[in-house]
Design a protein around this ligand. Structure first.
Ligand code: NZQ
Ligand code: ZN
Length: 367
């Protein structure tokens, strides 16, 4: 498939992470296809999890020097996100961080394709990118349809080498994407809600299997498809997403370089408990019933059991439930709460609106 997709291009930027694609043989396969088709290429390597602005800037320089006409990202979400930022930064004379601060708009981007090796972010099928500015300790996102990859190759076999921790963090990220869109101020959208529950059940069914049997094709394939469907726009048609938990997590990983999915697993059940009230209880009871089969006579009890089951599931796949388990203390909680509100222009959460005090309270529950 790769050959068919790229043979019209003359000069490619091959973007990848810190070496897993070399270790497991995918790098050589890609290079062989490029060489056979006599396509020039340069390499942007060493892209770190929580991709750094410095990698983006380096990629832009490489593209300009080598007159690149296509970017091929091979790896996980961080590699793809970095490639996306290079794609639009290439056309901009100013500082590429301007886009993340809302000072510049995406008007043009180099075409981009991906070969995915970790189901999690959905970046392979969406127009989003999240970049960390290490100097400012900020982690911000930008989205635009020009950033949707022209193609993405999803072969579940490439995900069989994932360690347990990355597999589990990916599962938590996929589930978190569903939650962010499931818990919405829009009450109807029946089909989108049932699709959401199907993706959650797929994660709950196949996450533990992929962890126990890394080479189980069915498990890897189902998780891979779940990851793309969870954040390609399908679940949010006609809906408004919440995204407060993601925004809180981005503040944590901006300072502590925490694995994104791990942070989400710590925060989500706490957010659920925090926002559970008379207004939200029906939605949480619906989740408990349709995802976990909990259907007692007391809806509050059902909702709480559903939230407990969520925590138990994350525990069962080896994810931590507190920040202290990942060696994060309470020293920066105030800063993170404050920045979360500033970075979201004073408005956090669309399903349940959160102020700075609420964010701080949720962070305290996570410690
Ligand atoms: O760097 P290498 O050596 O390739 O190793 C990676 C990396 O250490 C490794 N890995 C990937 N595939 C592998 C593998 N190891 C063995 N076998 C394989 N097949 O896994 C590590 C994970 O890297 P990373 O790219 O950080 O993971 P992920 O895909 O979870 O991406 C997380 C980033 O995406 C952002 C997150 O905030 C975070 O920065 N997000 C992007 C979104 C988007 N673009 O739409 C939305 C998400 O909500 C998220 O915010
Ligand atoms: Zn996410």
């Amino acid at each position: 498939n790769l050959e068919k997709e790229i043979k019209e291009y003359k000069s490619i930027l091959l973007a990848y992470g810190e070496g897993s694609i070399k270790k497991y043989g995918l790098y050589q396969k890609v290079v062989d296809v490029l060489k056979t088709n006599k396509i020039n290429f340069c390499e942007l390597s060493g892209i770190k999890p929580n991709p750094r602005l410095t990698s983006v800037k380096h990629g832009i320089d490489l593209c300009r020097k080598n007159k690149v006409d296509f970017i091929l990202a091979v790896g996980a979400g961080s590699t793809i996100d970095c490639a996306k930022a290079v794609a639009f930064g290439y056309y901009y004379e100013g500082d590429v961080w301007d886009f993340f601060k809302g000072k510049a708009q995406i008007k043009n981007a180099l075409p981009l394709g991906t070969i995915l090796t970790l189901p999690a972010t959905g970046s392979e099928m969406n127009g989003g990118t999240v970049i960390s500015n290490e100097e400012l300790q900020e982690k911000l996102s930008v989205a635009g349809d020009l950033l949707r990859p022209l193609f993405s190759i999803l072969d579940p076999v490439y995900t069989m080498t994932l360690p347990k921790e990355q597999t589990a963090a990916g599962v938590a990220d996929i589930m978190a994407h569903v939650f962010e869109q499931y818990y919405s101020p829009v009450e109807d959208a029946y089909l989108q809600n049932r699709l959401s529950e199907a993706i959650l059940k797929t994660c709950i069914e196949f996450g533990p299997i992929a962890i126990k049997e890394p080479e189980n094709y069915e498990a890897r394939a189902n998780l891979m498809w779940a990851g793309s469907l969870a954040l390609n726009g399908l679940l949010s048609y006609g809906k408004i997403g919440d995204w407060a938990v993601h925004n809180i997590e981005h503040e944590i990983s901006a300072i502590y370089d925490l694995t994104h999915g791990t942070g989400l697993a710590i925060i989500y059940p706490n957010w659920m408990n925090f926002v559970l009230n008379d207004k939200t209880v029906d939605k949480f009871a619906e989740y408990a019933k349709n995802v976990f089969g909990i259907n007692g006579s007391d809806k509050f009890q059902n909702a709480k059991e559903g939230i407990n089951k969520t925590r138990e599931f994350f525990d069962s796949i080896g994810l931590p439930s507190t920040l202290s388990q990942v060696k994060i203390g309470s020293e920066n909680l105030n800063t993170m709460a404050e920045k979360a509100i500033i970075n979201n222009e004073g408005e956090m959460g669309r399903y349940v609106k959160l102020g700075e005090k609420d964010v701080l309270a949720i962070l305290k529950m996570c410690v």
